[in-house]
Design a protein around this ligand. Structure first.
Ligand SMILES: CC(C)(COP(=O)(O)OP(=O)(O)OC[C@H]1O[C@@H](n2cnc3c(N)ncnc32)[C@H](O)[C@@H]1OP(=O)(O)O)[C@@H](O)C(=O)NCCC(=O)NCCS
Length: 347
């Protein structure tokens, strides 16, 4: 008979071995590099220890539900939330109800249970549990060079043909636009970003609290990736930020717009942040910029700035327990602010 309780330091060896079996050796190595930062240095970590539940059978660990606690603003109220992350059941014990036990244990302990970038099996399990289906988080891509539309599964002549036909459009989309406000690089997020969050939180019907502590932990102290961050400034006042990074993918070079924040009604401000990321992406020789963004006004700003909405694979689910929300809350997510920077999506 399986029991579920919380993580103990001596569990680490067994959990690492199970992680390797479920997700593979590379993912396990990545997990090892991130673990300390992700679970023990999270500023929202509960005092008693990391938010990890473990399923045991005698001395043997057969499942884990590891989560990322965050503060979440929901319809103007701040509650304790939690992103489900490294969730697994030992392969020989799957489809016997353990996953359901783990999912329910997690959900019962958190004010807002949030899941982003679900695998096929967890997506199906959330469906089986009849969780609100609010995903996926839309994906937007802005082409910058003729290589942007290449596909590795197309033969080279087809890739060349598509590149040539679409080049005039790409040139129009990628043209430089003037910046309408000031942009300054951020080394670390100061308390002015906490003040910015406090001013902007009511603008979102759901968003993770993006204060200085969270932003520094998430985007300045992460051991596995290096981010660039810039502030949107008018006079002395910080009115937004963008976080991005460049990387090489099999299909070419990509700039990821990982997170952004501004007043959704500040069209010129959002346009300025996006214009800055364009310049940086071109300077880094990227073929395209990719962003994931749920908020309706930010989505419109992305399209206006030359991004195209493409098929998204980032499934999303959410269940709010700590405050009453009407059924319509889950149906209209246009005021929810969720990006690639949320949860542990950018690994
Ligand atoms: C997701 C996971 C933890 C679920 O654990 P579990 O013990 O198998 O789940 P349960 O037995 O409680 O629930 C089974 C239900 O989950 C869904 N499910 C589980 N595995 C599935 C799979 N391979 N394909 C499709 N649906 C699946 C189905 O709805 C299934 O119901 P059914 O058996 O009646 O069809 C487990 O499948 C797992 O470790 N998967 C690999 C790692 C992973 O994807 N983690 C999630 C990262 S977001």
């Amino acid at each position: 008979m399986a029991t579920i309780d919380t993580f103990r330091p001596e569990d680490e060896r067994q959990i690492t071995a199970m992680y390797r079996r479920v997700f593979g050796a590379d993912a396990a190595e990545g997990n090892r590099l991130r673990w300390e930062w992700q679970y023990t240095r999270n500023p929202s970590r509960p005092l008693e220890g990391p938010q990890i539940w473990v399923a045991r059978e005698g001395p043997t660990i057969i499942g884990q539900y590891a989560a990322m606690p965050v503060r979440v603003s929901v319809l103007g109220q701040e509650i304790g939330g939690s992103w489900g992350m490294d969730v697994m059941v030992a392969p020989e014990r799957q489809r016997q109800g353990l996953g359901e036990m783990l999912f329910r244990t997690w959900e019962q302990h958190v004010g807002a249970a949030l899941g982003l970038g679900l695998s096929e099996s967890s997506y199906r399990l959330f469906q089986k549990l009849r969780w609100p289906n609010v995903g996926p988080v839309p994906c937007f891509v802005k082409p910058l060079t003729r290589r942007a539309l290449r596909r590795p599964n197309w033969p080279m002549p087809i890739n060349r043909f598509v590149s040539a036909v679409t080049l005039p459009l790409v040139r129009i989309v990628a043209r430089a636009r003037p910046l309408k406000a000031g942009i300054e690089p951020i080394a670390r997020f100061g308390e002015e970003f906490t003040a910015l969050w406090q001013r902007l939180a009511p603008a979102f019907t759901l968003a993770v609290r993006r204060d200085a502590r969270y932003l520094n932990w998430k985007f300045c102290d992460a051991p596995h990736v290096r981010y660039n961050a810039v502030a949107l400034k008018r006079g002395d006042q910080v009115q937004g930020y963008a976080v991005y990074r460049h990387l090489q993918e099999a299909r070419g070079r990509v700039t990821l717009l990982v997170d952004l924040l501004a007043d959704p009604g500040d069209e010129a401000g959002v346009e300025t942040l996006l214009g800055w990321v364009d310049r940086e992406a071109k300077a880094a020789d990227s073929d395209k910029i990719r962003a994931f963004c749920l908020h309706g006004a930010f989505g419109r700003a992305l399209k206006h700035a030359g991004y195209f909405q493409v098929k998204s694979t980032m499934e999303f689910t959410a269940k709010i327990n700590a405050v009453e929300v009407p059924a319509s809350f889950y149906q209209d997510t246009s005021g929810w602010h969720v990006t690639l920077g949320d949860s542990d999506q950018d690994r």
